[in-house]
Design a binder for this molecule. Structure first.
Ligand code: SAH
Length: 217
């Protein structure tokens, strides 16, 4: 298995050392070949403790922040998960290792096409893809799906898109970086019988979420 030691070190020093304990998340990070999701010239850096450029001014997120978001969502096998910001498809693969179905949306055509080809190549059969504005959720997506158990947004929004909270199932959770263009807070919204409950998981920096209910370019 190529880069096996790099992957083990990533898990030990970047994830376990910082409090990632969810067994499913750790196992997914061991299984998914991160080096396949970065441009060839950056392959040797693919297990580093940092985000990396994937072209089109976008980045594959730092492993730890992806793990933290996934652990916070308390993913279950039976979950249907909506992911906004497919990018390289790395996080999509991690999610697909754990849950039943992943619905992923990306606004840059070359990125979603590249991710879909790679994820097909790696054998994932439980992922649905949509090219378009993810601030509107899975609207018009195929197959039809109106509610999600978990929603994960991999780009930073000025406010929480209402279209996304509306697509949460009862007891579902949405995680989204919210703030200005340089610094955000990771906000978690849980839909309960008594309404939406907000919690804050700390500071982070993501590329902007651009769309109808995000930044306007
Ligand atoms: N999860 C990705 C990280 C991608 S970076 C990975 O593991 O590689 C965030 C991505 O969100 C970028 O690809 C960007 O194009 C995308 N994005 C930004 N605004 C979006 C929107 N409104 N809808 C869908 N994708 C969006």
């Amino acid at each position: 298995m190529k880069y096996r030691t790099s992957r083990e070190n990533m898990i030990k020093y970047q994830l376990l050392a910082r409090g990632i304990t969810d067994e499913n998340v750790l196992k997914a990070f061991f299984t998914v070949p991160r080096h396949r999701f970065v441009p060839t010239e950056l392959e040797h850096l693919s297990y580093n403790d940092s985000p990396l450029s994937i072209g089109e001014s976008q980045t594959i997120s730092q492993p730890y922040i992806v793990a933290l978001m996934m652990q916070t969502l308390e993913l279950k096998k039976s979950d249907k998960v909506l992911e906004i910001g497919t990018g390289s498809g790395y996080q999509t693969a991690l999610l697909a290792e754990i849950v039943e179905k992943v619905y992923t949306v990306e606004r840059i055509k070359s990125l979603i096409t590249g991710a879909e080809n790679l994820l097909n190549d790696l054998g994932y059969k439980n992922i649905y893809y949509k090219f378009g504005d993810g601030t509107l959720g899975w609207a018009d997506g195929y197959p039809k799906q109106e509610e999600f158990d978990k929603i994960i947004v991999a780009a930073a929004a000025p406010d929480i898109p209402e279209s996304l909270t509306k697509q949460l199932a009862m007891n579902g959770k949405l995680i989204i970086p919210t703030g200005n263009r340089t610094l955000q807070q990771l906000v978690v919204i849980t839909k309960t019988e008594d309404g939406y409950v907000h919690t804050n998981e700390g500071g982070c920096t993501f590329v902007p979420l651009i769309g109808d209910e995000g930044w306007q370019e």
